[in-house]
Structure formats: structure tokens, C-alpha cells
Write a protein that binds this ligand. Structure first.
Ligand SMILES: Nc1ncnc2c1ncn2[C@@H]1O[C@H](COP(=O)(O)OP(=O)(O)OP(=O)(O)O)[C@@H](O)[C@H]1O
Ligand SMILES: [Mg+2]
Length: 335
């Protein structure tokens, strides 16, 4: 029955994923909207809109309605979500009607923001909407035994936020998050290129540089990449060669902040759970976890083992889609 469909939505700052428990991943698109300021209308969403970033006429602006993991522009988010749900329905070969939806919200969002998210999904016609915290969804998606009294540490490096959470028995025991992640890495790369080469590059180029020659502070074989941008002195396009060693330098500060957040969280761990953490280590997830060398670097900086989630970009969405049973169990336990 269609009405029994269980859908999980990872409403991320950088990417939105829709996962169906029965059909698998239905949609995975960037959280970007292209908006026409003259006609005040949305002209594209997702991948199509992201391709337009930095390349459109003045009256078309790319908007990221979700910032820092919360809803910055409610109308735009709700329009985008509607388009995505429509598309996900089509891709699954049926229209998803009255599904039960679980939406992942970051630990840092306020109750008002959470309600806004819930309403946006309800407006689309969900039968029931439940909310789940991102670290718990990530842990379920990474196949960790979240409903046992065992500590699991999740480090989720997303686009807008980096979050470290100790979870046990289906709940967050302790967590810390900073409002910076992959986006800040991109900005640091743009700043570096501007200062070092007097050259302007776009944010999408910066993201590609991060993926190709981005590097955590560990020894590695140097890689280079040719990058084009605009010379700030002559105003003309010019190519430069960037090395992974340079980008390593540019990312040092943001990575130090992430490490500090992990340390602070581990230090706040209740003593009864410390043993689990020493044995089980921490799990890295979120797209930022894919930065070259990150896992090795963190392993060398903290004494506990560092593991990578099987699919860091998808674990939150998968966990959200699979979480309904556990949510019901927890609701019962809390009654
Ligand atoms: N190979 C890679 N190396 C480094 N960073 C990467 C790589 N692949 C993706 N990223 C980055 O991961 C980030 C997106 O991750 P993710 O989809 O987990 O974020 P999100 O869930 O949308 O954000 P948030 O959880 O903050 O709301 C982007 O900044 C992207 O550039
Ligand atoms: Mg996320």
C-alpha cells in the first residue's frame, strides 16, 4: 500500500536526500534554488540550479535556503522540497501519497525551526511527520547498534555544520557542534587563492579544488591541479597550478576547529561510557569526512580508533528512512 510508504529526508545545508525504506535512494540533489528576482519565481532546483551558480544573468540568483543546517528561508525551502518530493515520486515510478515521513534535523536547530521543517513536509501531504536528530540518523545509517546501552561517537562533517555526538540507548548523551564545515573549507580556499595569487575563483571551483587537492595535515604525495580564475590586477582570465600542500595550509584552521570540537565532546563523556569509546572508537560521516587524509590525521591526533561510515554522504538519509521502528519504540519507552 502506498500509504504505508516510509520515507526519510535528510534536509542538509549542502544536499537533500530522499530515501524510501522499500525502494532505496530516490533522490540526492544539492540544496540550491535558482530564483528569478524579476518574476519572483523559482526557475530551477537542485542539480540544475547548482550548475547555474555564478553563471547566470543578474536577475537570476542562486539561493541556498538552508544555512548552517537550519531553515533560513522557509518559503523557498518548502518550494524546493515540494519539487524534490514530486521528482522522488516520479523516480520511484509512483506518486508517493500520504507517506509517513521522518525528517532529519540538526541538534542545533531550535524548536521553531523544527516546527517549520515539520510544517513544510506536512504541507506536501505527509500522513505523519517525525523528526530525528542528525547524529542518531547517521548512526542508524552506519549500522551502529544505537538502541543498546553502548556509546557510539558520531562525527558528522556536513556543508554548514560539523557535529560531534556521543549517543547511547537511542539518545544523544552529549554533543557539540560548530557552524562550519565543508562550506567554510571552500571559502578558505577562495581566500587563499585571492591572497596568494591575486586571483578570484568561484565557490564551485573552490569546492572542486577541495575534492581534488584538498588535504588534511598528514604526509602525502603531493598532487597538483590547474585552476582558472580572474586576475584581480589585469581583470583577465588566467590559469594557475595549485598543489595539495598549499591547500593543506589553507585548511589548517578549520580542521583544527573540528578537532577541538571532537576533543571537547570526548572530554565530556560520562565515565561509564568511556570504555566503550576506547574500544569502539568514533565514526566519521558527512561529505566533509571524505577530505583526503582526514581519517589518518584524526587517528594520529586522538587516541581512539577512527572509522569511516560505509557511505558518508548517504548515511543520514538511509538512517532516517530506517528509523521509524526505533522512533516508535522510543516514544513508547518515554510514555
Ligand atoms: N570528496 C570530498 N572531499 C571533501 N569534501 C567533500 C567531498 N565530497 C563532498 N564534500 C563536501 O561535503 C559537504 C556536503 O556534505 P553533506 O552532504 O554531508 O552535507 P549536508 O548534510 O548537506 O550539510 P549539513 O549536515 O551541514 O546540513 C560539501 O561541503 C561538499 O563539498
Ligand atoms: Mg548533514
Amino acid at each position: 500500500m502506498l500509504s504505508n510508504e516510509e520515507i526519510g529526508i535528510d534536509l542538509g545545508t549542502a544536499n537533500i536526500l530522499i530515501y524510501s525504506k522499500s525502494k532505496g535512494m530516490l533522490l540526492n540533489e544539492p540544496s540550491v534554488v535558482a530564483y528569478n528576482t524579476d518574476t519572483k519565481s523559482v526557475i530551477a532546483v537542485g542539480e540544475e540550479a547548482k550548475k547555474m551558480v555564478g553563471k547566470t544573468p543578474k536577475n537570476v540568483i542562486p539561493v541556498r535556503p538552508l544555512r548552517d543546517g537550519v531553515i533560513a528561508d522557509f518559503d523557498m525551502t518548502s518550494q524546493m522540497l515540494k519539487e524534490f518530493l514530486k521528482k522522488a515520486g516520479k523516480s520511484s515510478g509512483m506518486s508517493i501519497r500520504k507517506p509517513t515521513v521522518v525528517v532529519c534535523t540538526p541538534s542545533g536547530s531550535t524548536s521553531v525551526e523544527r516546527r517549520a521543517i515539520e510544517n513544510a513536509v506536512k504541507n506536501y501531504g505527509a500522513k505523519q511527520v517525525h523528526l530525528i536528530e542528525e547524529p542518531i540518523a547517521a548512526a542508524i545509517g552506519a549500522d551502529l547498534p544505537v538502541d543498546e546501552p553502548l556509546a557510539n561517537v558520531i562525527v558528522d562533517i556536513g556543508g554548514g555544520t560539523s557535529e560531534v555526538a556521543i549517543i547511547s540507548f537511542g539518545g544523544v548523551v552529549s554533543s557539540n557542534s560548530i557552524r562550519s564545515g565543508g562550506d567554510v573549507m571552500d571559502e578558505e580556499i577562495m581566500n587563499y587563492v585571492r591572497k596568494q595569487y591575486n586571483m578570484l575563483i568561484g565557490i564551485r571551483t573552490a569546492e572542486l579544488i577541495k575534492m581534488e587537492v584538498g588535504q588534511a595535515p598528514v604526509e602525502h604525495e603531493e598532487r597538483t591541479m590547474e585552476v582558472r580564475g580572474r586576475d584581480m590586477v589585469t581583470g583577465l582570465p588566467k590559469p594557475i597550478q595549485l598543489t595539495s600542500t598549499e591547500i593543506q595550509g589553507a585548511l589548517k584552521e578549520i580542521l583544527a576547529q573540528i578537532l577541538e570540537t571532537i576533543r571537547t565532546t570526548l572530554e565530556s563523556c560520562p565515565p561509564e561510557l568511556s570504555g566503550d569509546i576506547v574500544d569502539r572508537g568514533i565514526i566519521l560521516t558527512g561529505g566533509g569526512a571524505l577530505l583526503n587524509g582526514l581519517q589518518d590525521w584524526l587517528s594520529s591526533e586522538i587516541v581512539v580508533p577512527v572509522h569511516m561510515a560505509p557511505n558518508p554522504l548517504e548515511s543520514v538519509a538511509v538512517g532516517t528512512g530506517r528509523s521509524l521502528k526505533m522512533i516508535k519504540k522510543l516514544q513508547k519507552a518515554n510514555k
